[in-house]
Each structure stands twice: as structure tokens, then as C-alpha cells.
Design a protein. Sequence first.
Length: 396
Amino acid sequence: MLSFTRRNKSSGADNLYTTFGDMVQSLSDSMTIGSTVDRLGRQTRGAIRSAYRDITSRLQWNYLLRRSQIVTVDPYSTGTVTYVASTRTMTLTGGTFPTWAASGQILLNRNVYKVERYVSSTVLILLNGRCPTGDVASATTYQLVQCEYNLPDDFAELRQIVELGRLWHVQFIPPEQMLTRTQMWFSPSDILCYTVLGNGNGRMCIQFSPPPVKSRTYDVLYQARPRPFALNSPYNTGTISTTAASTTVTLTGGVWPLSSAGSVFRVGTTIKFPEGETGDLPAAEEHLVLNRVSDTGLLLATPAVSTGSLLKYTIDDPIDLEQMSMMTLFQRMCESRLLRTHQSDMNRMNVAEAAELQALRMAMQADSRLLPKLMGGAGPNSFHDMLFGVTVSAAP
């Protein structure tokens, strides 16, 4: 069964949900006359996060294409069940519910019901509104199937799904058609179609029909969202020690953030913190963090170049975008959103939005370099245009 672990929240991590209070703060910041340093800081962070989310919908970026797999499970029908409507409790006799039952559906008396909670190997709670309205007598036969499978946390758009082994292409149908098909075709069989819908927990899932008759593996190609931000600002508390050719970094006078994995680690000097490539003190070394091994131990993806102690450092979130095609567009998007939120003068906003549009054209051209030319000597954007239905004009 496909399983993805949701990233644990830590202080400053990218929010999974937007709250009422978040919107109050956002509108207060954008509509307030005048400015403060704190408000500008929130507006800047908001503009960056907004552009980071929106860039995914601007184009079907080759860099953000990801591949994953879904493994369906065999139906389960051992034993018999009884059901008590007042508690929505289904009890199994003569069998053991598999743990994936928490994501399953019950086929009972030609109806399809949804499991809400796995209580034990013999007890399930069915979902209110998708459960029998009356008691079900003991010794009733049933089938437990799993039709819905969570898609990855970074899922944005499903591009293709193929069953491995038979290379069977599964057809997409809208959710409205799936609703009718689910009730009409409830017996497990070879999967013919699928749809994509929300599962109510901030995640998207794929629903198959008919219910899978056996365990099979499906290859999934999807458009992803960029890696979410895990830190609200660069972390640089304490000093570090490194050893040449070693991937271990030791921290003194601080505690590594819980969400350090995947972050960018930069080494400075004993006097100054490292800066980016346009700063006065570019980093002496730069690495990706592989894992946080303890409060003071960090494992890098690549070994340190030199040995040092009492060094200043920074650890920060990477911008998970492809440099050649996406970064300039992202910067222009951040600028235009900040000007719009800050309610700068109309001329500056218009200039910024025009620059963003021009950057988008250039980004589309750059992204098309990753696709092969069509046979017959077609231009570099022809395959991109045919596939995505867009026309790219040359930058003036």
C-alpha cells in the first residue's frame, strides 16, 4: 500500500493550513496605511510564499515532474460481521481485519460504506453518513476493499498512471461519474478507471473503480509542488566544528532545528556569518543537510572540504526551483506580489507585472530546452507547444 509520512511541524515550519487569524493578519498588513519594519517583514515573507505556491500553476515545469508508485491491496472477506447503528461499530467474527482497513471501504448488501477508524483487528468504526442506517445481523458476509490511496504530500497534478506488468493505462473519469460507477460496479475486478479527489485531511487521493481485485503496482507521473519551507528564517545560533572529508558537523552553543533535513548548510569564518553569492562574504563551503542525528549533530550530504572549529554558519531553506528556467521568474513574481501587497504606486506595480510576464516567456523558453526537438528540424519549442498547448514568443 502506498504510504507517505506527513512532515512533522516544528517552529516556523511552512503551514499546512490557513486559519481565520492568518487572514485577519494578512488583510491588516496589506490595508494598513504607512509601514513598520515588522509589517514589511511579514509582507515580504508573504510575497515569497505566495510566489512559491503560484509558480507551480504557471506552467507544467519539467523540473517538477515526479514519479511515484501505488500498490493496491487484495480484498479481504474472511469471517462474518455484525453492525450496531447507534455506535457505527462493525465487529468481525472468524477473521482479523488488516491494518489498511482504516483506509478501506466495506461492501455489504450491495452497498458501499466507508471506514472512519480502525479500532482493533476485529472492530471498525464506519464513517457517519456513509454507513448503514440500521443494525446488521450477525453472520453477515462482507468484503473489505481499498479503493482510495493517498497521493504524495507534494502532489499538484496527476499526469499519467500506468499499471506495471501489463502496461495497462487506466482511464480518468470525473468525480461525478465515479459516484455513480461506485454504486453500480461494487464487485472487485481489474481496475478500469480512476478519479482524483480530496480526502478531508489536506491531502489529495486517487480513487479506483472497480475495487482492486488483487495487489498490483501502478506507476504514477505527477506534477509536484516545490519543497515546502521548514524554517521561518536562517538559523545561526552557536558555532560549529568540521573535519575535512567528514560529513559530520558538531554544534556548540545551540540546538539544530528539528526540520533540518534538506536544508542548505553554509560555512563562514570565526568572525563573520556566511552570505549568499551576492553578499560581501560568500560561503566558504555549501552543503545540503542529509539528516539531523542529534541536538548537536548534523549529517551532510557531501563531506566537508576543510577542518575548522568555532566557525560561524547558517542553515536555511533552499528554493526548490530549477536555476536556468525558474529562478528569474520566481524573483519577478516575488517583487510584483510585494508591491501589490504593500500598495505601492500604480506605475511601479505595472512595471513589475510587465517584468513578471516577460520573465514567464523567457522561463517557458528555457524550460523547453529539456524536451527533444520534433523530427524534421522543428524549433526548440515545438514539442513543448504541442504537449502543453502554449505558444512561446521570442523575448524582444
